[in-house]
Design a protein around this ligand. Structure first.
Ligand code: CMP
Length: 138
């Protein structure tokens, strides 16, 4: 069993895509072990994406991620990190495989509907950023 962090980003929440994302997670055997809605401040978004702080898109990304509510989830399942990344599709929706969340719904490389951890170490940091151990079921 592996755990990963999932975010339905502000564009996904604003466009009414929470249910669509959750439906795909459940249909693909990714169990929701924790879930809540948050609205990050700019500095909370900067802390979450600190790994990208030298990137040219950091300012725009953290402005976008703090522009409205997000749904953050811990997903659990066998090979959850890779399986959730497959469901999301490539970061750039133009390169995402057909049928993935980003291919179906993203409108922009930044407004790409969902986020998912890319490795066990980042998953541990990202889950701990939003949830304490009492909030994760299972
Ligand atoms: P995410 O998987 O949340 O990780 C970093 C985010 O930065 C990414 O999704 C996009 O929303 C955003 N982003 C914006 N521009 C780029 C870019 N050129 N390359 C990668 N990520 C980008």
């Amino acid at each position: 069993m592996e755990r990963t962090l999932s975010i339905v980003k502000p564009d996904g929440v604003a466009r009414g895509l929470i249910g669509e994302v959750v439906k795909r997670l459940e249909a693909n055997d990714l169990k929701i072990a924790a879930m809540k809605m948050i609205h990050m401040t700019r500095s909370q978004a900067e802390g979450f994406y600190a790994v990208h702080k030298e990137r040219p898109f950091f300012g725009s990304l953290t402005e976008f991620m703090s522009s409205g509510p997000c749904v953050v989830m811990v997903l659990e399942g066998e090979n959850a990190i890779a399986r959730y990344r497959e469901l999301m599709g490539a970061t750039n929706y133009k390169e995402a495989d057909p049928g993935t969340i980003r291919a179906d719904f993203a409108t922009d490389i930044e407004k790409n509907v969902v986020h998912g951890s890319d490795a066990p170490e980042t998953a541990a940091f990202e889950m701990g950023y939003f949830f304490n151990s009492f909030e994760i079921v299972g």
